[in-house]
Design a protein around this ligand. Sequence first.
Ligand SMILES: Cc1cc2nc3c(=O)[nH]c(=O)nc-3n(C[C@H](O)[C@H](O)[C@H](O)COP(=O)(O)OP(=O)(O)OC[C@H]3O[C@@H](n4cnc5c(N)ncnc54)[C@H](O)[C@@H]3O)c2cc1C
Length: 353
Amino acid sequence: VAAAWDVAVVGGGVVGCAVAYALARRGARVVLLERDRVAAGASYGAGGMLAPQVEAHGPGPLLRLGLASRDLFPALEAEVGPFDLDLRGIVRVAHTEAGAAELAARAAWQREQGLEARLLEPSEVRSLFPDLGSPPLAALWVPDGRLVPERLTRALALAAVRHGAVVREGVPVRSVRPGRVETGEGPVVAAHVVVSAGAWSADLAPVPVRPVKGQRVLVRHSRPLLDRVLWGDGCYLVPQPGGRVLIGATEEPEAGFDRRPTAAAVARLLARAVELVPALGEAEVLEAWAGLRPDTPDHLPLLGPLGEGGVWAATGHYRNGILLAPVTGERLAAALLEGEPLPGECLPDRFRG
Ligand SMILES: Cc1cc2nc3c(=O)[nH]c(=O)nc-3n(C[C@H](O)[C@H](O)[C@H](O)COP(=O)(O)OP(=O)(O)OC[C@H]3O[C@@H](n4cnc5c(N)ncnc54)[C@H](O)[C@@H]3O)c2cc1C
């Protein structure tokens, strides 16, 4: 039988939606299969920081890919948006000597790489963040940014549909093999299958992906308290439209697939946030939420073929799936449809014995 679809994409998180969009825009016949609804997983409530310079511990593939992806967002927002993109920078502040030394070292190595990274004067910090509590020992500005992840994910799904893709929600995928996907609604025949099921990807394909639970709290203040992302010693604060502030995040690898927010984590996050910006104490608490980051042994994504049969992985984006979604879609679509090479550090066969 001729395949009904060129590509079946499994998972409607930001990664699956970015892949579906990039493929459909190139003219492929794409079906996306999501067991729940689009943006039901980690991509719903993530911090939404586009933070290659804040997240990278040094030069390397994560920084390279992250910078390339950050550059794609303005054009992407013009094509599929809006998703509240703001690339006016992230400020990291340190209230300890060790933290201040880390920020100075980070500024130095990033400038050596030709990147913008600027230690701010105390007066600049005060004027950028008038509601900041105790003054930090050091503050670093880098040209990273933020957006609202659920909006990005939905915008990508809708744009894929505009380019002819079919998005099927409420369709659980039971198994994946070359040319064929078994679902709760019957088989789907496709020449290629892309596994982008986030933290659950190992249920469907031989990939070393495991969940790392992260909790965050969303609050709203009657006046806008923050104009940029502020990253402190124990939490980060991401401003969103309408006076909302997202307070993140925990890292709980021991929690497995548990997605329940807990009192202790919420209490800790709120306490750190109020210490950093005391006026947040008056904010209304809107939502506590936990998601599962799809982690890999070396914390780099898995991007590329799983064997020879047309099954592909696009998963394992761990802490940076929102940031890396555009570059993932573009590179995977170019590889799958045009035979372009993928970044060697991300090929799934790096974990083969
Ligand atoms: C608290 C927190 C804060 C974060 N902050 C940031 C940030 O600031 N910046 C950043 O870049 N990243 C951040 N991340 C990471 C980011 O959220 C993830 O890397 C990204 O969302 C992963 O996207 P995904 O599409 O791979 O997975 P998901 O969004 O989890 O999507 C996977 C989808 O697959 C579906 N699925 C699973 N199994 C099946 C099946 N068998 N059949 C059909 N469908 C299936 C699920 O229902 C789900 O919708 C954060 C994560 C957390 C938890």
